[in-house]
Design a binder for this molecule. Structure first.
Ligand code: HEC
Ligand code: HEC
Length: 302
C-alpha cells in the first residue's frame, strides 16, 4: 500500500511498528495505537466504542487497521486524509493519547533516548526528524505494510476451489442483493461515502441511542447528514461489534440491518447465512509483523 508520496523504507516501517506498540507517549502511559487496535482482535478492541486515556469513552467504534490504507480516507466520517494524518492527530486527541499539544507529545518521545537515532535513520538528511509529521509518516508506513490476503483473493486470482459452495452462493447473493453497489473495489468498501439509512432511519434497525450526524459534522452540507464512509468488509467477521457506534453485536444481524435500511429488503435467514459465509472468506492471515511484538527502547531511568 506504499505510494510515491508515502514510500516504505524498511527503517521507517520498523520505527513505525515500534511507535504503534508504544504506550509511553500518552499522558497517562496507558494508550498506544495497540490499545484500540489489538492483534488478537484483528486490529480492533472488541468494544462498542473505544476507551482512551484516563478511561475516557470515545464516540466511535474502532475499525481494524488491517488494509486500512487502501481506503480513500480514514475514520467513519472521513475526517482524516490518510493513515499518516490519522496517526499524527491521534497524539493530541483528548480521547486517544490526550497530549495538550504536539510539543508535549514530542517531549515524551524525546524522553526515551533510543528513539532519536531511529528517527534519524528513518528520515535521513533531516535536521530534527522527531516531528509530529514524521511520527505520522513512520506509523503510516508500517500500516501500509499491513495487508491481509484472504481466500476470496485466491478465488479472484483464479482458484475456484478457494471458496466453498456456500461461500460462492453467498457471493452471488451479495452481488444479487445489491451490496456491491457500495461495498466494492479492492477493499470491498472504503471507496465512497453513503447515507447510513437510505430507505429508513438507521436507528430504527440498530436501536442506537444517539443519532450521529456523520459527515455532516465535517462538511456542514445538509446532503451529508447521516452519511458515513462505506466500511471495508475485509476481515469483517473478526471485527465485531458493528457500525460506527458498535450498536450491533453479531454479523448476521449487521447483514440484516444493511439489507433493510440500505436496500429496503428483508433477508431470509438462509440468504443471510450464505452472505455471512461469504463474508467469512474475506478473513485474511494476520501479518507476522503485526502478530508479534517489537522490542521497544528502554526509558531513560532504566
Ligand atoms: C482510544 C482508542 C484508539 C487509539 C489509542 C487509537 N485508535 Fe485508531 N481508531 C479508534 C477509533 C474509535 C477509530 C474511529 C474514529 C472515528 O471514525 O471517529 C479509529 C480509526 C482509526 C483508523 C481509520 C480506520 C478506518 O477504517 O477508517 C486508523 C488507520 C487508525 N485508527 C489507526 C490508529 C493508529 C495508527 C493509532 C496510533 C497512533 C491509533 N489508531 C490510536 C480508536 C483508537
Ligand atoms: C447504499 C450503500 C450501501 C449498501 C447498498 C450496503 N451497505 Fe453496508 N455499509 C454502508 C455504510 C455507509 C456502512 C457504514 C455504516 C455506519 O455508519 O456504521 C456500511 C456498513 C456495513 C457493515 C458493518 C461494517 C463494520 O465494520 O461495522 C456490514 C457488515 C455491511 N455494511 C454489509 C453489507 C451487506 C451484506 C450489504 C448487502 C445486504 C450492504 N452492506 C449494503 C453502505 C452500504
Amino acid at each position: 500500500m506504499g505510494t510515491p508520496e508515502n514510500p516504505l523504507p524498511p527503517a521507517r516501517v520498523e520505527l513505525g511498528r515500534m511507535l504503534f506498540f508504544e504506550t509511553r507517549v500518552s499522558i497517562d502511559g496507558t494508550v498506544g495505537c495497540v490499545k484500540c487496535h489489538q492483534p488478537f482482535l484483528y486490529g480492533t478492541d472488541g468494544l462498542p466504542r473505544a476507551i482512551g486515556v484516563k478511561d475516557r469513552a470515545g464516540a466511535h467504534n474502532a475499525p481494524t487497521i488491517l488494509n486500512a490504507a487502501v481506503q480513500m480516507a480514514a475514520h467513519w466520517t472521513g475526517n482524516r486524509k490518510d493513515v499518516e494524518d490519522q496517526a499524527m492527530q491521534a497524539l493530541i486527541g483528548p480521547g486517544a493519547y490526550g497530549n495538550p499539544s504536539y510539543d508535549a507529545a514530542m517531549a515524551r518521545i524525546n524522553a526515551i533516548p533510543g528513539y532519536r537515532a531511529m528517527f534519524e535513520k528513518a528520515f535521513p538528511n533531516e535536521k530534527d526528524p522527531v516531528t509530529p509529521a514524521n511520527w505520522g509518516k513512520a506509523i503510516g508506513a508500517y500500516e501500509r505494510t499491513l495487508v491481509s490476503r484472504s481466500r476470496f483473493d485466491a478465488y479472484l486470482a483464479g482458484d475456484a476451489k478457494a471458496l466453498t459452495t456456500n461461500e460462492q452462493s453467498g457471493l452471488r447473493k451479495f452481488i444479487g442483493t445489491g451490496c456491491i453497489a457500495c461495498h466494492n473495489g479492492v477493499g470491498i468498501g472504503g471507496g465512497m461515502y453513503q447515507k447510513f439509512g437510505v430507505v429508513e432511519e438507521y436507528w430504527n434497525a440498530t436501536a442506537s441511542k444517539t443519532h450521529d450526524e456523520g459527515r455532516f459534522g465535517v462538511t456542514k452540507q445538509p446532503s451529508d447528514m447521516y452519511v458515513f464512509k462505506v466500511s471495508s468488509l475485509r476481515n469483517v467477521a473478526r471485527t465485531p461489534p458493528y457500525f460506527h457506534d458498535g450498536s450491533v453485536a453479531s454479523l448476521p444481524e449487521a447483514v440484516k440491518v444493511m439489507a433493510r435500511v440500505q436496500l429496503g429488503k428483508t433477508l431470509p435467514d438462509a440468504d443471510t447465512d450464505d452472505i455471512v459465509a461469504f463474508l467469512n472468506s474475506l478473513t485474511g492471515t494476520l501479518p507476522k509483523e503485526f502478530a508479534t511484538v517489537p522490542e521497544l527502547p528502554p526509558a531513560a531511568f532504566q
